[in-house]
Ligand binder design. Sequence first.
Ligand SMILES: Nc1ncnc2c1ncn2[C@@H]1O[C@H](COP(=O)(O)OP(=O)(O)OP(=O)(O)O)[C@@H](O)[C@H]1O
Ligand SMILES: [Zn+2]
Ligand SMILES: [Zn+2]
Length: 844
Amino acid sequence: MNFRLAQVIVDVPSRETDRPFDYSIPKSMQGWIEVGSRVGVPFGHRTVQGFVVSLKKDSEMDSARIKPIAELLDLVPPLSPDLVELAEWMSRKYACSMISSLQAMIPAALKGKAERYISVAEQEKESYGDSADSLFVMQPLLTGEEEEIVTYVKASGSVTLDHLNTRFPGQAGIIKGLISQGVLSEVQLIKDKVRKKMVKTVAATVSGNEAEAALSSFTAQARRQKEVLQFLLEVGMPLSLQEVLSTLRVTAGTVKKLEEKGYAVIEEVEVFRDPYQNRRFKGTEPLQRTPEQDVVYSRISAALDDRTFGTFLLHGVTGSGKTEVYLQTIERCISSERQAIVLVPEISLTPQMVERFKGRFGSKVALLHSRLSHGERYDEWRKIREGKVQVAIGARSAIFAPFRNLGLIVMDEEHETSYKQEETPKYHARDVAVHRARQHGAVVILGSATPSLESYYAARSQVDDKFAPVLLEMKQRPSGSHLPAVHIVDMREELRDGNRSMFSRALHAGIASRLERGEQTVLFLNRRGYSTFVMCRTCGYVAGCPDCDISLTYHQKSNNLRCHYCGYATPAPSVCPECGSEHIRYFGTGTQRVEGELAKLFPGIRVVRMDVDTTSEKGAHEKLLKAFREKKGDVLLGTQMVAKGLDFPDVTLVGVIAADTALNLPDFRAAEKTFQLLTQVAGRAGRHQLPGEVFIQTYMPEHYSVVHASGHDYDSFVREELKYRKGLHYPPYSKLILVTLSHEKLPLLLRMAENFAGDIRLKAQRLGWYGNLDRFSSEALDIMGPVASPIPRIKNRYRFQCMVKYRGSMDVVGLVREIALTTHHNLRDSSLQISIDVDPQMLM
Ligand SMILES: Nc1ncnc2c1ncn2[C@@H]1O[C@H](COP(=O)(O)OP(=O)(O)OP(=O)(O)O)[C@@H](O)[C@H]1O
Ligand SMILES: [Zn+2]
Ligand SMILES: [Zn+2]
């Protein structure tokens, strides 16, 4: 069937353009344009990038007004129809624009921008014939200088304006004249940020007798050419030109001559940048499954073999061998010609993790993570799209890996909040995973030692018919090792007994004995709740951002203060700007303070510190862990980064410096997050032969999250936590939508926020949804606020928020979106911003 028209979502971020526009498909592109194609289209006076979301035969629009697609950007569409459908679903579910959903699915390298190119105008070519000579015969009006420029442009096809200006310096006026006369024309082409990487290769074109004859034909002067040919024949495969030149110390000219004689061929071929190119991974074999692993494996395999959609929640204690289950189910999936995606939180995508997957699947694995360069990421992505790999591992956005035939999606540490994207599109990878799996008839495994309450509740109650995972459990460690003994240390008591150090006596003694025995210690500090501000000890002044209501963060490297929200930076003061006191100082990051104290208490102790400061450079993370593994450190000290996935045989002590820094944060998930962290950290000790010990230091020793984490008791924790959530109607007993409104003028904003909340209330009342959640009914909706946001001002814009809390399957997102649109429409002031966060994870 021949489609003449394409519907295109254009890359113009505004509310008015969030819909498909019709374009005609030029003859030359027919058959090439598909759903998912990336195109350049005229829009207003510009050329913009867009995505084809559907094809049609006719348009309701006046055909004279329909413009043709200007450019087809990739011969193979970067998106497939199922991904386009997924983007539509995301836009509905998360109240975001189609373009933001589509952009989230492709690598940054493909987010092209239009560039101006100059070429000889079409009518010029036609009327004067297509050869450069005839142009001048027929065009007597051109001056010599003009002729020169036109010839040059004609020979190059199209050139950028910049290039032309450099080639013909000082002649901008002439170039401009040629454009306004219509001799040259300006075209806009979309240019990608990253190009495919190409290398020149060289290979012999002769062999056998022919090669013998060729070798004996060289004259003495052509000795170098002979050497090259000999070398190529010996190797017997194409080599990079660069390698040939450097190995034989010959010039490119020598090789070129060889090519001219027809004995060799130089070609440009595309190479994939491989971030792990120089790394060898030791191959591993599947382990003999434990009885628990076997039950889980069989259940999942049966679902895989069925080729129908299904979700499993794998609740396995730390070190129970979940990763081994992932590896074996993936093996099963790819052996039936289907592909698998493995999602891991960014911080647990450690070299150790990579090694386990590369070791089992080798070059079948592509890796997508934020530490790759744009180019590397683009290449990994292309390997996936071109079917060169069967497994993709990555953080959140790897859920969009463009596999055609997905069989399995694994989400490790499914409770991690980093699976929720905090910028638009504010999607949760877990929900996207479930939807994608449904499209492909694939299986989802959600794995965790501490599942999120949402997933656990859904599995237990089987309420939500869209997503009710089957619960699978693993309670033992294959190594036979026991979960470590966990001691809660009451820091109030330490203080009462006169110990003012950040180390309790018990933890102090624990570290000392590990040092004696040559065993290792992991010390963990919860970063949440710690700040790194500068404060004056004399008057209490705290350096704050002038545009945001937040204190500035100290950066040691540059010795300046920075705002995390707007980027404002200023040199760190040496005296207090308020009172002139010199007692103004930097309250260091938690980890730096701990490091200092360790050095004082245990002279000569070797500390490997892992936090944002020490891991910002590429590869730093890997280096630090390697040092610790090789026992070049006695203590591994860090934040969240040390809590995840690490598996070191000689770690027998884990200390949590302050367990409750995050417990008092105004976030209904505070207890859940604390429990998860403590459980994870505790799981790092005694994973192998040596038994482990854990000390949790806290000022709230009786808090249920601390108590149950110390008993490795997920079930009891969940029971208490669910009781609390139910009482206050928090998820999983309700759904939340956080709406933040911001504007520079406070009174106007307040009025708009109040109107907004009022409109939601009114509309919900009319629909019969509005009502107290305490009421016994399956459908209820309440809206809280507006109240000032936790950070009341960012970049000089005031912020107010409303929280919609509801129960039932009504389309509340649709309602909120609609009211947001009318609010905008009525105000006619484009500087009001309304941000909608569906299922928010960050309430701070
Ligand atoms: N069937 C098995 N037989 C022997 N050893 C096993 C088996 N399965 C896993 N192991 C080993 O047990 C240890 C823990 O396994 P693994 O890391 O897979 O657990 P996990 O549940 O993913 O842990 P965590 O949640 O703490 O990251 C590893 O050293 C692994 O090699
Ligand atoms: Zn002061
Ligand atoms: Zn700021």
